[in-house]
Ligand binder design. Structure first.
Ligand code: G
Ligand code: G
Ligand code: MN
Ligand code: NA
Length: 254
């Protein structure tokens, strides 16, 4: 059976699950949100990495129903955490370019919110620079409407998209996520450090929040704090983990 065919059946067989990776405030270490990251528990292959199946899902169009499932499940889980008494924070969901271009995308966001009862402010959509590049007025209007609803908008992998920066002032964005490649190079490469510092500064100047991704070491953390980066995500703080482990993680931090 091809990966694509297995993928096709995975939704109905409920083989997907979401892991969640905490995002923390610096220097307090307070949890300020979670990123939802899909995993595929295949009955024979075991846990399949999204790096392997997301490209297949994108090429086959299956990313659309899969992405709709992710939106619904992330909203449902975040609402459930709130009902269990955890402090309300946003859950960030990765959106594929193909999913974003579907006419029903906005309706799928609304459905996820309505079915879960989650307030829009506790949902964050992770978009990419390349998605902004080829989009016209329709996409700007769509983002304006989502923003007016209270949904948060961030740019994932910021700095890798080869796009013009003009969209940053045109679109109603909330946050830039500094790509892990720059963060990884902070200690070893003057270029990585310079780019990271510049993105932080630019975000401040534009009134956007900024988060560093892929933080793994104390040295990276120190650099980020010295450059006023207010939040971070990475193995240094926590790996992505199943929803059931998030409660314990949170309790251990209070
Ligand atoms: O969590 P991990 O490092 O395995 O993720 C690998 C890649 O898969 C990352 O680029 C991440 O953005 C992407 N990814 C993870 N979950 C989702 C998802 O729900 N939807 C989409 N479109 N991409 C995802
Ligand atoms: O493309 P996106 O930024 O959504 O990808 C997130 C991916 O980064 C996930 O696969 C997640 O598992 C991975 N990730 C998260 N934190 C770290 C980290 O500290 N180091 C590395 N190498 N990968 C990380
Ligand atoms: Mn992401
Ligand atoms: Na990223």
């Amino acid at each position: 059976l091809s990966l694509e065919n297995s993928l096709r059946r995975a939704l109905e067989r409920q083989e997907f699950l979401l892991y969640y990776q905490p995002q923390v405030d610096m220097p307090s270490g307070r949890v300020i949100g979670f990123e939802a990251l899909i995993r595929w528990q295949h009955p024979q292959m075991g846990l399949v990495s999204p790096a392997r199946f997301i490209p297949v899902a994108e090429d086959s169009g299956l990313i659309v129903p899969i992405g709709e499932w992710v939106l619904g499940e992330a909203c449902r889980q975040n609402r459930a955490w709130q009902e269990q008494g955890m402090p309300a924070v946003p859950v960030a969901v990765n959106i594929s370019a193909l999913q974003f271009r579907q006419p029903q995308f906005e309706a799928s966001v609304e459905r996820a919110l309505a079915e879960s009862g989650l307030e829009p402010a506790w949902l964050e959509l992770e978009l990419t620079e390349s998605m902004m590049l080829h989009q016209g007025q329709g996409a700007t209007d769509l983002l304006d409407r989502l923003k007016a609803r209270g949904v948060r908008l961030s740019i994932d992998d910021f700095g890798t998209g080869y796009s013009s920066l003009a969209y940053l002032k045109r679109l109603p964005l909330d946050k830039l996520k500094i790509d892990q490649a720059f963060v990884r190079d902070i200690a070893s490469d003057a270029g990585g450090a310079a780019i990271t510092a510049t993105i932080i500064q630019m975000a401040h100047n534009l009134g956007l929040s900024v988060i560093a991704e892929g933080v793994e070491t104390e040295a990276q953390l120190e650099f980020l704090q010295a450059h006023d980066c207010a939040s971070a995500q990475g193995f240094y703080f926590a790996r992505p983990m199943p929803a059931a482990d998030i409660r314990a993680f949170w309790d251990g931090r209070r």
